[in-house]
Design a protein around this ligand. Structure first.
Ligand code: ZN
Ligand code: ZN
Length: 169
């Protein structure tokens, strides 16, 4: 299983180099992560980490597709570097999918296993205390870490503690 992740990691690095992302290609890592519940995969574009659900082992055909879906998130993010935010499955991501050979990829993962709980697609992180905040939906507007605002800003909103989106499925 570990060797399969390594093989995908090597492939991911080659693909990124081929598509103009040589700068970060060697930072990309692929792991199996048993804590993924209903997500088939996940891309953390700050850590350059692709996590795959070990339950995909029962559905080998889905591994490749999920891997490319997540790699497309990382590629789209790198290309959009100078823009503040991009939609998770917006045009930048679809362009990346096309370049990676999965032009017909759907915005939602076609999970090969039943969904038993709502998928928390968005993970936010406090830049100060590193507390994480999983969310089903994207946060609109500015939200700061309450604990840090209380500890350092007398409970007032402080942009230093604004939550940052670190990954989505
Ligand atoms: Zn905090
Ligand atoms: Zn996705």
């Amino acid at each position: 299983m570990a060797s399969e992740a390594l093989a995908l990691q090597i492939r991911g690095r080659v693909l990124l180099r081929e598509h103009g992302a040589a700068r970060i290609a060697n930072e990309v890592r692929v792991e199996w992560n048993a804590r993924l519940k209903t997500c088939a995969g996940r891309a953390d574009f700050r850590e350059k980490l692709i996590s795959l659900n070990p339950r995909l082992r029962d559905h080998p055909d889905e591994i490749e597709r999920t891997f490319l879906h997540e790699l497309a998130h990382i590629l789209a993010h790198l290309r959009a570097k100078n823009r503040r935010r991009i939609a998770p499955h917006g045009p930048e991501w679809r362009d990346a999918c096309r370049d990676l050979g999965i032009a017909d990829e759907k915005r939602c993962h076609n999970l090969p296993f039943p969904i038993t709980e709502r998928i928390r697609r968005f993970l936010y992180k406090c830049p100060n205390c590193a507390e994480t905040f999983p969310r089903v939906r994207k946060i609109r507007g500015a939200i700061a870490c309450l604990a840090c605002c209380r500890a350092h800003s007398r409970g007032e909103f402080d942009p230093r503690f604004r939550l940052r989106l670190v990954r989505y499925c």
